[in-house]
Design a protein around this ligand. Structure first.
Ligand code: SAM
Ligand code: SF4
Ligand code: SF4
Length: 272
């Protein structure tokens, strides 16, 4: 395999009320509908474009220096290449110096490479869907796409990584998953992901549970002060450690199953 996995960075880091990482989510419209998809990706899914208001809120809530990172996912970012490239340019023009990562299934390889090449700082990289890159658990991407992406990675080492093989019970979840039995599926501990700004203006606490509208995940909106949103995110992580995880352990449930099926039994975090 040409593509390598990336190490994840420190969790929950907030500095001067700015998050070290933020996910950007423009909806679940996709050119695939994987049977395990955490966001219910589908060609009939919703899509709202990035706007200046949305990106201004992004710039106010993430670290702008080299340590900051923005992660574009969906849905499939290559289905609206023009808007994704516009968003990257806007963020650079307005002072964001950190890394950007495009999560993609890689099928539209030319568009993905166009997005990576558009970053004037050359610090936008891709992370491929493990199942679609390998064909384990989903139909593999076309060989022509795979060859283009492999060639690019050989020329630009580190530009295209492969995602983790783990499958969590979120969205369509683990039950219909047809990949290798050996791929990790059950974990009592939440991975403590960074939150998400959705293009409908909502800050949501978890990229895996992004289509779950329970009040437990609602950190605020683009009209709230960024400090409120980041403080609410810290409150969410404390709630995960002190309320959610003990419940998952006591009932012997995977962490993400608790978020999908048992949240009604858990109090909402005490948000501002
Ligand atoms: C939701 S997809 C969106 C971006 C793009 N369509 C893709 O597939 O990479 C983002 C990442 O979530 C991963 N993912 C989807 N469902 C998952 C699940 N149930 N457990 C763990 N990761 C999952 C995908 O493999 C992909 O790496
Ligand atoms: S995992 Fe990615 S490619 Fe598969 S349906 Fe979900 S969003 Fe689409
Ligand atoms: S346990 Fe809940 S908050 Fe943590 S990753 Fe899973 S769905 Fe998200």
């Amino acid at each position: 395999m040409v593509f390598k996995e990336r190490q994840s960075r420190a969790k929950g880091v907030v500095e001067d009320n700015r998050l070290m990482e933020l996910h950007l989510y423009p909806g679940n419209r996709c050119n695939r509908d994987c049977d395990f998809c955490t966001v219910f990706g589908t060609p009939k899914g919703w899509a709202i474009e990035y706007t200046a208001e949305h990106l201004d809120a992004t710039l106010a809530s993430v670290m702008l220096h080299e340590k900051g990172a923005l992660k574009f996912y969906g849905g499939e970012p290559t289905l609206n290449t023009e808007n994704t490239i516009w968003a990257i340019a806007y963020l650079r023009e307005h002072g964001f110096k950190g890394a950007m990562v495009i999560y993609s299934n890689g099928i539209k390889a030319d568009q993905l490479l166009q997005i990576l090449e558009s970053d004037p700082l050359g610090k936008t990289t891709a992370s491929l869907n493990y199942s679609i890159a390998t064909g384990d658990g989903a139909p593999q991407m076309p060989q022509s796409s795979l060859r283009k992406l492999e060639a690019y990675e050989r020329e630009n080492e580190g530009a295209i990584a492969i995602g983790h093989p783990d499958i969590v019970d979120s969205g369509r979840g683990v039950d219909p998953f047809t990949g290798e039995e050996t791929r990790p599926k059950v974990n009592h501990r939440c991975p403590h992901c960074y939150p998400v700004l959705r293009t409908d203006g909502q800050y949501h606490a978890c990229p895996f549970a992004i289509e779950n509208s329970a009040p437990h995940f609602q950190l605020g909106t683009v009209t709230d002060a960024p400090a409120k949103v980041t403080q609410n995110f810290t409150t969410f992580l404390n709630w995960i450690d002190t309320v959610h995880e003990p419940y998952a352990a006591e009932h012997d449930l995977p962490a993400c199953t608790v978020c999908w099926k048992n949240l009604k039994e858990l109090p909402v975090p005490e948000y501002k």
